[in-house]
Design a protein around this ligand. Structure first.
Ligand SMILES: [Zn+2]
Length: 52
């Protein structure tokens, strides 16, 4: 089945810091937190984690 969101096991929400509450929506290409409702685009940035 395609187009269904699924849980991202082992990942932590960067907003509320809760584990295993992030769901990947492959259709909209975003991750949404079921705990705080925060959503973010999936961006793979090798420099992520660096403070500007
Ligand atoms: Zn959250």
């Amino acid at each position: 089945m395609t187009g269904l969101a699924h849980c991202l096991d082992g990942l932590r929400c960067s907003t509320c810091l809760t584990l295993n509450v992030l769901w990947l929506d492959p259709v909209r290409a975003l991750v949404e937190c079921t705990e705080c409702g925060q959503s973010a685009l999936i961006i793979t940035d090798p420099d992520e984690g660096r403070t500007a």
